[in-house]
Design a protein around this ligand. Structure first.
Ligand code: HEC
Length: 352
């Protein structure tokens, strides 16, 4: 029996020298999927940050990736899970975070070794390298019915700027808008874009690197009066060189003759709803120094629903919060926003 101890020590040493075996998570399988879904819209050649597409690029950054994922610093998304569900949410699930941690701690295996054995046969086709990739330059919602190119903006190196551009839609009659999509000119410099109707100030859509459009729930629309102009507010961060950005806006009109019209409710501190209302989306304006916000709805029956709870809000990634399902709030509900944050809420009224 005494001999057992040294034998076990040998096995332990062997196991230790094959550390890649401590994880079943592979770059070509789980990690590429996470990069596709949550990272390559920014971590790409000609994007705002270093590329994370190939195995080598990702492997070299793996310690930073693990740290950023655990700290919830990357991807940028501040809404706390469990309070409202959002269409444009871009945080890692617990499972995805665990995959990243396991892969990094298992020394980042690529694909269970097949890549090394397949190169040996001369003349044989090499297997296609698995990489993360993003499809830019296509309309996510299909071909828009109306497109308008924006005026060009020049972004000086290493400057943060918000630029405003007016777009004349050239509408000779009133239209109903059901969706809006934006295609930026140069993804290296643009962080976010918000679109409002110049005549009324109504918010009608946004763009962030991970969610490039606003699509209203079925049967609802924004009203665009004849002669409407859209005001684009674009948030830029300059890169190493001067960049000229010229984006394109795509509009999609409602075919239904009488959709429910979407309008804004502005919440500053407290606002009481005068009618039965559905909430579609929220756009908080975070003042400098404010790190978190809670938007809650106290209903006449005394119950409270948290519409949004966001904390450690990254100032350089302004984003709206688009609800997965419109939230139904009865007349008399009081909406409250904390921290002096002004929140634009897109709503429509319940039909009688
Ligand atoms: C919305 C754009 C965006 C998305 C999405 C995004 N990143 Fe980043 N990331 C950046 C930018 C820009 C930087 C450069 C530093 C900065 O500005 O914060 C960065 C920095 C990093 C860093 C450097 C260390 C740090 O924490 O700053 C790591 C690692 C990283 N990102 C990993 C990821 C991973 C992994 C994902 C996906 C799971 C991801 N990022 C998603 C834009 C993004």
């Amino acid at each position: 029996m005494k001999r057992l101890v040294p034998i076990m020590a040998v096995f332990a040493a062997v196991g230790f020298s094959h550390e890649t075996l401590t994880t079943t998570v592979l770059f070509d399988r789980e990690i590429v999927r996470i990069l596709d879904k949550h990272c390559v819209m920014c971590h790409v050649e000609n994007g705002p940050s270093f590329p994370l597409a190939t195995y080598e690029q990702t492997w070299l950054k793996k310690r930073e990736i693990r740290a950023a994922a655990i700290a919830r610093h990357m991807p940028p998304w501040a809404a706390v899970p469990g309070y409202g569900q959002f269409m444009n949410e871009n945080s890692l699930t617990l499972r995805e975070t665990q995959f990243i941690v396991s892969w990094v701690e298992g020394l980042g295996p690529r694909n269970a070794g097949t890549v090394f054995t397949n190169t040996a046969t001369p003349g044989a086709a090499r297997p296609k390298e698995v990489q993360a990739h993003a499809d830019f330059g296509i309309w996510q919602l299909g071909q828009p019915q109306l497109t308008r190119q924006l005026a060009a903006n020049t972004i000086e190196p290493k400057t943060d700027e918000v630029k405003r551009t007016v777009i004349d839609l050239g509408l000779t009659s009133e239209r109903r808008l059901r969706a809006l999509e934006f295609m930026p000119g140069d993804r290296r410099v643009i962080r976010a874009a918000f679109f409002t109707l110049q005549e009324t100030g109504q918010w009608i859509g946004s763009w962030t690197p991970w969610y490039g459009y606003m699509r209203l729930p079925k049967g609802t629309a924004y009203r665009l009066p004849a002669g409407s102009h859209i005001l684009a507010e674009i948030h830029y961060r300059g890169t190493k060189e001067r960049v000229v950005d010229r984006g394109t806006l795509g509009l999609f009109f409602a075919d239904q003759p009488t959709p429910d019209l979407v309008s804004d409710v502005i919440v500053e501190a407290k606002t009481r709803l005068a009618a039965d209302t559905y909430v579609v989306a929220l756009k908080p304006e975070i003042p400098p120094g404010v790190k978190s916000v809670e938007v809650s709805a106290r209903k006449p029956d005394g119950t409270t629903e948290i519409l949004l709870f966001a904390k450690d809000i990254p100032v350089d990634w302004p984003t709206p919060y688009i609800l997965k399902e419109p939230a139904a709030l009865p007349r008399g509900t009081v909406l409250t926003a904390t921290g002096g944050v002004r929140v634009t809420v897109s709503t429509y009224r319940a039909r009688k």
